[in-house]
Unconditional design. Structure first.
Length: 271
């Protein structure tokens, strides 16, 4: 039996057992008579055929691609993302921003990439048609998360409340404050006062809290706005624009509660 056929047998057996994540150490153990060079060549051929896909160079982590996922070039994220991040890279993480909002059914736009929060900068990678884009988050292990689970597996995702804080904090990177408002309007029903307080305590980001409080107030979530107001009560604040990095014109109106300058085009959801 050729090395290519031997590797194909190992891959087929792993898939039948529901094991889509493989690493070169496991393959070496399963094919003890195959030299490292021959194994690398066989892996490359299987990759060209679309049978497997490599997650990133140097990790030795490969994914088996079942036939039903051949078009997308990789199985669903929940079948491999947590293992890749937690075990292969040993990196704390959570899926966040618009990708997290999508898991809560709160993103009105198709999210073309998966946005992942990590402790240290990482380069974006493509796995089949999946594109993983990384953003740094200080004190990531303190952030409140939960599991997003399907029949394919699970991965960590920010809570609805942390998702809201992150979206406001990174408005420029997710399409601007108008897009954040639209996503937040769909997301805030999933938010609770207790969860919001947990997220604010974990992030300790005053400007983001000010903007979020103003948005909750505009959208008629008085309970959440009051929670933010109480949290800000003993913290030093300054007047800031609603959209980070924007200027303040003569027609801007100051939200005196949260010290946020609102643009003239913004309207309350209760209006």
């Amino acid at each position: 039996m050729t090395v290519l056929n031997s590797l194909a047998t190992v891959l087929n057996n792993a898939e039948r057992e529901g094991k889509l994540n493989i690493n070169e150490a496991d393959l070496t153990a399963a094919l003890p008579d195959v030299s490292p060079d021959a194994l690398r060549q066989a892996l490359h051929r299987q990759q060209v055929r679309g049978r497997i896909v490599r997650l990133s160079r140097g990790t030795g982590h490969w994914l088996i691609v079942p036939l039903q996922y051949a078009t997308s070039g990789a199985p669903p994220l929940e079948s491999w993302l947590d293992r890749y991040m937690s075990k292969t890279l040993n990196a704390p993480y959570y899926v966040g921003l618009l990708s997290a909002a999508e898991t809560y059914g709160a993103s009105p736009y198709a999210v073309m990439v998966t946005q992942i929060m990590v402790a240290k900068p990482r380069r974006s990678i493509n796995v089949g048609r999946h594109e993983l884009v990384y953003y740094t988050r200080a004190n990531i292990q303190r952030m409140p998360t939960r599991w997003y689970e399907t029949m394919e597996g699970k991965f960590k995702v920010s809570t609805p409340e942390l998702t809201a804080v992150d979206l406001v904090r990174r408005d420029a990177q997710v399409g601007g404050i108008a897009r954040v408002r639209e996503v937040l309007f769909a997301l805030n029903e999933a938010c609770s006062v207790d969860g919001l307080l947990e997220a604010l305590d974990a992030t300790q980001e005053v400007p983001a809290a000010q903007r979020l409080g103003a948005l909750f107030s505009l959208q008629g979530r008085g309970d959440l706005a009051q929670c933010v107001r109480h949290w800000l009560g003993c913290r030093k604040t300054r007047a800031i624009p609603l959209e980070s990095g924007s200027g303040i014109g003569k027609e801007h109106c100051l939200d005196a509660v949260f010290k946020v300058w609102l643009p003239p085009t913004i309207e309350s959801s209760n209006a």
